[in-house]
Design a binder for this molecule. Structure first.
Ligand code: CA
Ligand code: CA
Length: 484
């Protein structure tokens, strides 16, 4: 690390001008500090803040944080709720950075520790990283990644992508789900390796961990489909429609009673977008520990930390009724309990713990489908050999990845249909124009055709799509409701 620091100092002293632009600095960050360039703008902000503030302590020790805590308490509060992204820092003085480097970053031998301490807001009292601390990093990714360039002129998509990625990161990495990511959690995660993959992978959709645009698109469209009145809240009727009415009333009520964690929506009994991200990731990837935790809390109706036969029977009752309504051959509760016991092998018979379930992953994930998702329960029972073989061959894909791939295909097809209808209308109207304005005939037709062609090709070449015509545009509700 010291040799490395020396090299870095040399470059800064001998080769760089007194002031560096964001771009120049970010590439130095990658090349000479060895961490992803997306952290460049945040380092600039932290360094500039440190050098311009009177408190010259770096963000390193908790002692310095507590020391400045009292005097800046009110300011902290404002910053927490009013802080803008740090992309407004467009340049950095070389000397400011060198001071920052010497005081803080050069102390870390471990890149994860360094990144953690870049992320951590020095004004933050506790020893953790919050969602806000990631905004500048994801913003830098949006600004510079070739696979996200097609979003350049659609600020709203960018914002939604940014939020979604941060929620996914916190869902997965901050396993306590308290919004306070610790160094330990960051070290145990594969977040930094995913950032590094973004740097070398031009197609963002190949970065399945956190950053895929397609994954974001699926999550957001699912939300939009359910939120028919577009007030950005999912209520009981909305959630009942999820997955083609897959879920029982009982589990929907349990989810909406905030039994997993308090909703961020601020409206009791209604999910906001962030709450929905937690829900959809848990629902579509049941064979992972986080989902097990999510659903365990929901099904443990008496909150005693065990799934006893009382809890299971409460949920299964409705499932059984639905099977009978659909003329499915019912599977009786006693049989279900036997099967679950065989599979999960609880340490105390009749009382399944969260640990029991995590230990028997991935099979135990399906337990929850048995209890409250009829479509998936039936699908699992009737799985054909082709599906099973495909799952085996694509071991690198998780249950979530496969779900997102299928849903993205479906949404793309719907979108293409909407687009081709729109093209027909456009052709008709340009035809009408040409009838009226003989002289401009050629130019009109050409320009309208060209523009629709180019917008399509840019969407497909970006590896994603913007879908401005349907899922996104709040002002254009009239024909949206038909599709979503
Ligand atoms: Ca709504
Ligand atoms: Ca219980």
């Amino acid at each position: 690390m010291e040799k490395f620091t020396q090299k870095f100092n040399d470059v800064l002293h001998n080769e760089t001008p007194g002031v560096l632009s964001k771009e120049a600095f970010s590439s130095l960050v990658r090349e000479f500090i060895g961490i992803p360039s997306y952290f460049g703008p945040l380092i600039m902000k932290r360094a500039t803040d440190m050098c311009s503030s009177k408190v010259e302590d770096g963000p390193t020790s908790s002692v310095s944080s507590t020391k400045s805590a009292n005097t800046t308490e009110m300011k902290d509060f404002e910053d927490d709720f009013g802080e803008e992204d740090s992309e407004d820092v467009t340049q950095i003085k070389r000397d400011d950075f060198l001071r920052f480097w010497k005081k803080t970053l050069s102390r870390y031998n471990d890149e994860t520790e360094m990144i953690y301490n870049i992320l951590k807001d020095p004004k933050q009292k506790g020893d953790f990283v919050s969602q806000n601390d990631f905004r500048s990093v994801i913003r830098a990714l949006l600004d510079t990644h070739p696979g996200l360039e097609f979003l350049k002129h659609t600020a709203e998509f960018q914002d939604r992508y940014l939020e979604t990625v941060i929620y996914r990161i916190f869902y997965t990495v901050n396993k306590d789900w308290n919004g306070r990511m610790t160094l330990r959690e960051l070290k145990k995660s594969d977040l930094i390796s995913a950032f590094k993959q973004c740097e070398v992978e031009e197609d963002i959709n190949k970065v399945l961990r956190f950053f895929s645009y397609e994954h974001f698109y699926v999550i957001y469209c699912k939300f939009w489909e359910l939120d028919t009145d577009h007030d950005f809240l999912i209520d009981r009727d909305d959630l009942l429609r999820y997955g083609n009415h897959a879920l029982t009333y009982k589990i929907v009520d349990r989810v909406l009673s905030e039994s997993v964690k308090p909703f961020t929506s601020g409206v009791p009994g209604k999910m906001g977008y962030e709450d929905f991200v937690w829900f959809v990731l848990s629902e579509e990837y049941k064979s992972q520990d986080l989902s097990i935790k999510y659903w365990f809390k929901c099904v443990d109706i008496d909150n005693d930390g065990f799934l006893s036969s009382g809890d299971l029977a409460y949920f299964y009752e409705e499932q059984l009724q639905r099977m009978e309504c659909l003329a499915q051959e019912p599977v009786f509760f006693e049989d279900i309990v036997c099967q679950l016991t065989d599979m999960i092998k609880p340490k105390i018979e009749g009382f399944i713990t969260l640990e029991d379930m995590v230990r028997s992953l991935p099979m135990s994930g399906n337990t929850f489908n048995v209890l409250f998702n009829l479509n998936k329960f039936i699908l699992f029972e009737t799985r054909d050999p082709f599906t099973i073989r495909q799952e085996r061959e694509e071991k690198h894909l998780t249950e979530w990845d496969r779900f997102a791939r299928v849903e993205y295909m479906r949404l793309s097809q719907e979108d293409d249909e909407i687009m081709s209808e729109a093209d027909d209308v456009e052709n008709l109207s340009s035809f009408a124009v040409s009838m009226n304005e003989d002289e401009d005939e050629d130019t009109n037709n050409n320009s309208s055709n060209n523009s629709s062609d180019s917008s399509r090709s840019s969407r497909s070449s970006g590896g994603g799509k913007t879908n401005t015509s349907s899922a996104w545009d709040d002002d254009d509700d009239d024909d949206d409701d038909e599709e979503y």
